[in-house]
Design a protein around this ligand. Structure first.
Ligand code: AMP
Length: 218
């Protein structure tokens, strides 16, 4: 049975890092809507230009636009064996749209994993987050496993690391506020379907990966 996972959690909870690791191990795609949007922005495509200021300010892109990029991606062949959706759905409307998209391809969500962590830890993680503008690899100045070998330089590309525009404090506050506004109904949606799993995401990366595997065994 394909494992179609949805990762839910506030910005900075480590969803992307854990998703990247297990997706590589299980050889299924890691579908991050934030990453897809950032790549459109970097390409300066019509979609990228449309969403640039929304993403930079920490606002949410409209449900229709995000759902369309998810639909395009989920139809691809490599998603047949399963996938990890990271950052989508972010509200109940998107969860309903996702169910519809999957049903059209005779698929469904296998589990929705909530990453939870105290808010102070999130703010610290987000302020330490950096990325390589060339290869998109993510680093963190406060997480030993994610520190670059040489200060502020990508291990692979040698390019100077950057901070995401939406990881600056004004946008972080807005993103956390938006997250808190939408999360309760979204969790209820998956709880009622008996699909919600809760992951305590305050451990090291390896601990969080092990906790995820443990949760999925049950
Ligand atoms: P992330 O990398 O998941 O933190 O997403 C970065 C930004 O991309 C968000 O703050 C939103 O502006 C946008 N975004 C990503 N996923 C979604 C989504 N499911 N719905 C609306 N906006 C999204």
């Amino acid at each position: 049975m394909p494992l179609n996972l949805v990762f839910i959690g506030p910005p900075g909870a480590g969803k992307g890092t854990v998703a990247g690791m297990v997706a590589r191990e299980w050889q299924i795609p890691h579908l991050s809507t934030g990453e897809m949007l950032r790549s459109e922005i970097a390409k300066a495509s019509a979609l990228g230009k449309f969403v640039q200021s929304i993403v930079a300010s920490g606002g949410l892109v409209d449900d229709q636009t995000v759902s369309q990029i998810v639909e395009q991606r989920i139809k691809e062949q490599d998603c047949l064996q399963g996938f990890i959706l990271d950052g989508f759905p972010r509200n109940v409307q998107q969860a309903i749209i996702l169910d519809g998209l999957l049903a059209a391809h005779e698929k469904n969500v296998s589990a929705a994993v909530l990453f939870f962590i105290p808010e102070e830890a999130l703010v610290k993680r987000l302020s330490g987050r950096r990325y390589c503008p060339k290869c998109s690899r993510t680093y963190n100045m406060y997480t030993p496993e994610l520190m670059p070998k040489k200060d502020s330089v990508c291990n692979d590309c040698g390019v100077i690391l950057q901070q995401r525009a939406d990881d600056r404090s004004e946008s972080v506050r807005k993103r956390l506020h938006i997250y808190n506004t939408h999360i309760a109904p979204l969790l209820k949606f998956y709880q009622e379907k008996n699909l919600l799993l809760q992951l305590k995401a305050d451990g090291s990366i390896q601990e969080n990966v092990s906790r995820l595997k443990e949760l999925l065994k049950h």
